[in-house]
Ligand binder design. Structure first.
Ligand code: MV4
Length: 603
């Protein structure tokens, strides 16, 4: 086993890896950017190296600086976590060349799976079922049309070969949509992966995202740890994951089939460590279940925890052991699934505003505890969620005997979670997990795309005015705890503002009430005004601008799309009115807090 390992990451996953290393008796080395000087992952590690300030390209993504920190610390291996350098084949190779072990698969496996067309070709040769379509790049729209007509049929999915995770994914429902889908996919592939190559797949109707966790060592042992269902996604980002999949989706027979697909896929690329084979599950024309390989993630994933809960196997520790040349601690027969686990991603985002990132300073902070609860977080009270990084601040994972009980336990845990000052997905999770669609094990796509439903999850403004009648201006809803004859009551008071109370949002969306009285400037006027200028919630690049100066827009109307952290973030109008100023342009960088638009209410 190694004596010291450097963690080339931040946030909850860096903390997760420190914990695994500590249990293995391995010293940990953190790296950090200037912004993360006070971050929990730095405090938690044995030693830490400052990589300097600036964007991630200058620190967490800087190969030379990270290798240098590894050398200075005497670390024998580097754990990349997920994101950043985790699936970067040249980095894995650079580690090897520097005599440092990359905790993950060989660079050749990362590279093979990085090209989606190459991966499809390899998987087909290994007998792994792929979504019907092409394994060769499709050069022109004319070729695409020929192939779609003759071999695949419509609707057809166009995907970027360099893509994955939904980037460069377009659908052509009919022939006349093919050109637009082809061009769009190719453009996005070029922009994000410097590769305009696209390929075609049969478009599956309302599929489920079902993936399988695998572990492999350098001695030829490959096992699977069962499946995870990650069908609850918005804009191709997973928000809720569970293991196992709902019973009607994956039965023991299907589980064995998916497991074998995972093992065969890993063996085909000489995989080492923890990896995930992502696939699509759908019902075929005659209602029979189908499962196809989609892509392989050659790293530990955000949602690995649900599998840890149902198998009792520490996936991060097994990955470190495998990298150190040890044999896996488990054979396939040792893997027994028990009960049901669910994970909710606690992102600093406002679901009611199209999941806009909502970075900010964290006030009072208290995590849920009790039976069956696990919280993997990378934040603490008084900390700050920077617009510079991914808005996922924590993962709440629960385990219980079955799906129904795990759901109730998750709702209990969500209601215990206190995060003041920050808008998070907690109200979204509460509403979704209470829905009939979730109970039935549906994909919930209708809910996730239902703007009206999302709007009901709006956070009250600090010290929100309770009603909208004329003299409501001075009325504030507050909750107080009182004791009457020794019995405790929570009372809601609607009335004149009183001093004291919480600052900023609490977990609760609509209906939450604690709040200080509004200050003059931030008080909502009764005419539905509010500040005219909409600041950018995040730093990124302006990818599309959909309005012009002088346009009249409705509240919630799409104004522009900002690309940040490889994600498209839709920015919508914060109020109705006329755009008087629009200091943004496509392709230009935009800073967090910089003005996007000034909207003057029509009166
Ligand atoms: C698909 C698909 C339908 N047909 N591919 C790819 C990336 C992943 N984030 C979503 N992807 C999809 N690929 C074919 N050939 C539908 C989706 C899809 C999806 C799949 C499972 C669960 C939720 C989804 C949400 C949007 C799109």
């Amino acid at each position: 086993m190694f004596s010291k390992v450097l963690i080339a990451n931040r946030g909850e996953i860096a903390v997760r890896i420190v914990r695994a290393l500590e249990e293995l008796g391995v010293a940990s080395v953190a790296v950090y950017s200037e912004l993360d000087r006070e971050a929990p992952h730095v405090a938690r590690a044995g030693e830490a190296y400052n990589l300097g300030d600036g964007p991630a390209a200058d620190n967490y993504l800087n190969v030379e600086k990270i290798l240098d920190a590894a050398r200075r610390s005497g670390a024998q291996a580097i754990h990349p976590g997920y994101g950043f350098l985790a699936e970067n084949a040249p980095f894995a190779q650079a580690c090897e060349d520097a005599g440092i072990v990359f905790i993950g698969p060989p660079a050749s496996a990362i590279e093979a799976m990085g090209s989606k067309t190459r991966a499809r070709e390899l998987m087909q040769a290994a007998g792994v079922p792929i979504v019907p379509g092409t394994t060769e790049p499709v050069a022109t729209v004319a070729d695409a049309l020929k192939i779609a007509r003759a071999e695949i049929g419509f609707p057809v999915a166009v995907k970027a070969a360099g893509g994955g995770g939904g980037k460069g994914f377009r659908v052509a429902l009919t022939e006349d949509e093919l050109e637009g889908a082809f061009e769009g996919s190719s453009r996005e592939g070029e922009k994000f992966f410097s590769d305009p190559t696209v390929y075609l797949e049969r478009y599956l109707h309302d599929p489920r995202h079902v993936e399988v966790q695998v572990l492999a060592d350098r001695h030829g042992n490959v096992i699977h740890l069962g499946e995870r269902d990650c069908s609850i996604q918005r804009r191709h980002q997973k928000v809720i994951e569970e293991s196992p999949a709902p019973a009607w989706v994956v039965d023991p027979q299907m589980r064995e089939r998916i497991g074998k697909i995972g093992v065969d896929a890993a063996k085909a690329v000489d995989y080492v460590g923890a990896g995930t084979i992502e696939g699509l599950f759908s019902l075929g024309e005659s209602g029979e279940p189908e499962y196809f390989f989609l892509e392989m993630n050659t790293r530990v994933q955000v949602e690995h925890c649900v599998t840890e809960m149902t198998t009792g196997i520490d996936i991060v520790k097994e990955g470190v052991r495998a990298a150190a040349g040890e044999e896996l601690s488990y054979a396939q027969v040792d893997v027994q699934l028990r009960g049901h686990a669910i994970e909710c991603r606690i992102n600093a985002e406002d679901a009611s505003k199209n999941f806009a990132p909502a970075p900010g300073k964290i006030g009072r902070y208290s995590e849920p505890t009790g039976p069956g609860i696990r919280v993997d977080s990378g934040v603490r009270e008084g900390g700050e969620v920077s617009p510079m990084y991914d808005p996922m601040v924590a993962k709440l994972i629960v385990w219980d005997a079955d799906r129904e009980q795990a759901t109730k336990r998750m709702l209990r845990a969500l209601s215990e979670y206190e995060i003041e000052g920050l808008k998070t997905l907690i109200p979204f999770h509460q509403a979704l997990l209470a829905s009939e669609q979730w109970a039935k094990g549906e994909t919930c796509r209708d809910l996730l795309e239902d703007k009206k439903w999302l709007k009901t999850l709006a956070f009250p403004a600090p010290g929100a005015v309770a009603t909208n009648d004329e003299d409501a201006e001075e009325k504030v809803e507050s909750t107080y705890e009182v004791e009457v004859s020794g019995k405790r009551f929570d009372v809601r008071v609607l009335g004149a503002p009183l001093a004291g109370g919480a600052v900023g949002p609490m977990n609760g969306a609509a209906g939450a009430s604690a709040g200080r009285p509004p200050k003059r400037g931030e008080r909502k006027s009764s005419t539905g005004g509010g500040p005219d200028t909409l600041p950018s919630p995040l730093q990124g690049n302006m990818w599309k601008v959909l309005v012009k100066q002088g346009d009249t827009v409705a509240e919630g109307q799409l104004l522009c799309i900002i690309e940040a952290m490889k994600m498209e973030n839709e920015i919508t109008a914060h109020k109705a009115g006329t755009i008087s100023e629009l200091p943004i342009s496509e392709g230009a960088p935009i800073a967090a807090g910089a003005p996007i638009a000034t909207i003057v209410s029509a009166e």
